[in-house]
Structure formats: C-alpha cells, structure tokens
Design a binder for this molecule. Structure first.
Ligand code: CU
Length: 144
C-alpha cells in the first residue's frame, strides 16, 4: 500500500509538471466580471498575475453606453491635450468599444498579461467623452 501511495504521488507530480509545461489550452481561464455604471467600474478582481489567462465578462448596468479599456492612467497633461480616440486606442492593451456595450449589454474578452505592472501603471478605464473625468477609472496591478 505504501509503495502504491508513493507511486501515485509521483505520478501526480509528473502530471502536474506536464500540465504546467504544456501551456495554453489546458489551463482554464480565470473569470473576471466587471460592472459598469455612471460613473464607476466594479471588477471582481483588481490584482492580476502575468501568464494567467483571464476571461473578462463586462456588463453595462448604466443608463448610457460605456466602454472598457485596460491602459496606463492618463496624466493631467494628457487630459488637457484632449487626446483623440485613435491615440487612446493605441495606448490600450485591450478595449471594448461603446458600440459593443449598449445599456444592459454584456461583452467579453480574453487577456493574458505578459508584463508586470506595479501600482499606478495600469487601470481599467472608460474613455467615452467625459466619463474618465467623472471617475470611470480603477487602478489594477499585475505581479509576476
Ligand atoms: Cu463610461
């Protein structure tokens, strides 16, 4: 019995190693829900890890269209310059446009962070005009 147990533990360990090495496809993504309102972003998670696949499900519970981006925070200067949407889009790691998040709508996306992001480096944000300034931003962190 004892030997069987050891063998089982060894096989389990090998199995885990194989799973860890085989990469994507075998790792179930971590689901993250994000609720959008006027004017707030309420995610189920704000601390992420690199290399972990996340499945984000975003619901617009507000009364107007919203969008969601994962991107660096804008500085006062950026806001003063009134960056156009194209510039914003280029900064975003991920985005779901307002047209995909109508009132009551749900949209989802998958994302795996490849680089760590200390506090202050990234945030969830809605850049529908006026919403960011109204508070639709929430800092997140990504650790290795
Ligand atoms: Cu918004």
């Amino acid at each position: 019995m004892f030997i069987f147990k050891r063998l089982f533990i060894m096989l389990s360990a090998v199995g885990m190693l194989l799973t860890a090495c085989s990469g994507q496809g075998t790792v179930a993504p971590v689901e993250v829900t994000i609720t959008l309102t006027e004017f707030g972003i309420e995610p189920s998670l704000t601390e992420f890890k690199t290399g972990v696949p996340y499945h984000f499900v975003v619901t617009n519970e507000g009364a107007v269209e919203h969008e969601i981006m994962i991107m660096p925070p804008l500085t006062e200067d950026d806001m003063g310059m009134a960056m156009d949407m194209e510039e914003l889009d280029e900064l975003a790691l991920v985005m779901i446009e307002a047209s995909d998040l109508p009132v009551g709508g749900t949209a989802s996306f998958d994302y795996t962070f490849t680089e760590a992001a200390p506090a202050g480096a990234l945030e969830f944000a809605c850049h529908t005009p006026g919403h960011y300034e109204a508070g639709m931003k929430l800092p997140i962190t990504v650790s290795p």
